[in-house]
Structure formats: C-alpha cells, structure tokens
Design a protein around this ligand. Structure first.
Ligand SMILES: O=C1C[C@@](O)(C(=O)O)C[C@@H](O)[C@@H]1O
Length: 156
C-alpha cells in the first residue's frame, strides 16, 4: 500500500484553538484522523507530520521524495502555514526531490491580507486547494490520487 504524507507547518498544531473564525474548531488530531479515514477509503497508508520548524519540514519532504522514487509513496498534501509566504527553502526542497505536492490552505488566502496572496510553494506544487476549511485536506488527497494514480478503482 502506497503512502501519502499529510504535512503541516507552523502553528497548525494549534488548530481548533487558534483563530477559530478563520480556521474552524476542529483540532489537528481530528483532521489527521479524517485524513487516515480518507486514506483507508482511497487505499493509501497516511502518515501525518506537523512541525513548527522549517528544517524538519524539509527533512520530511526529502524523505518522501526518496519514497516516491522507490514507488513506496504517492506524494504529499502540504499546509505550510505562514512558511507558504516566506520560504524559498521549502520551494527548493519540493523541486529538489520532485515530490508531488498538493498545497492546501484551510482559509481562502486570496480573500485575506495581501501578504498571504503570494505563495513560494505554488510554482512547485502539482495542485492547490484553498478555502474549503479542513475538508480541503480530503479534497487535496483525492486530487493527488486523481493526478498520480488515475487507475485507482476507489476513484470511480
Ligand atoms: O498558518 C496559516 C494557515 C493557512 O495556511 C491556512 O491554512 O489557511 C494560511 C496561512 O496564511 C497562515 O499563515
């Protein structure tokens, strides 16, 4: 069974408590449980990883780049939080290992402050999901499967 990485960046460990009007009241643990259930439905093993540290996110991206090359993983759903708008290093990590990434944001970043309108990750991403709340993670997983595993019978 191939793996999908659900990767979350800074402050997303506070999901459910942090700015609930913006990000809702579902905790990260609940989001991760939803992703694991979606993985079961779609036929993938889901690994969830969150870090507030840019380097730890880069290490995980590099690890999954290797797993994708070896045929053991499909790709990654990535909410990089605020690093989305600042991190050339995350852009380079994704490009460097050619990891299929679906960039995901809970809120509609384009309807918010101008500094959230630019993403360093989007040019390196295979697809982007924004503004669907935490359901966006599931949409992103299914989108990744549709892009990278077209013959998956669970998608019919
Ligand atoms: O931390 C976050 C969360 C976010 O990525 C989202 O999921 O909507 C949007 C980012 O601008 C913000 O810094």
């Amino acid at each position: 069974m191939k793996k999908i990485l659900v990767l979350n960046g800074p402050n997303l460990n506070l999901l459910g408590q942090r700015e609930p009007t913006q990000y809702g009241s579902t905790s990260l643990a609940d989001v991760e449980a939803m992703c694991r259930a979606a993985g079961q439905r779609l036929g993938y093993e889901v690994e969830c990883f969150q870090s507030n540290w840019e380097g730890a996110l880069i290490d995980k991206i590099q690890e999954y780049g290797r797993l994708v090359k070896e045929g053991q993983a499909l790709g990654c759903v990535f909410n990089a939080g605020a690093y989305t708008h600042t991190s050339v290093a995350l852009h380079d990590a994704i490009k460097g290992v050619e990891l299929p990434v679906i960039e995901c944001h809970i809120s509609n970043v384009h309807a918010r402050e101008p500094f959230r309108h630019h993403s360093y990750l989007s040019p390196a991403a295979a697809g982007i999901v924004v503004g669907f709340g935490v359901t966006g993670y599931i949409i992103a997983m299914e989108g990744l499967a549709r892009l990278r595993d077209k013959d998956n019978p669970a998608l019919r």
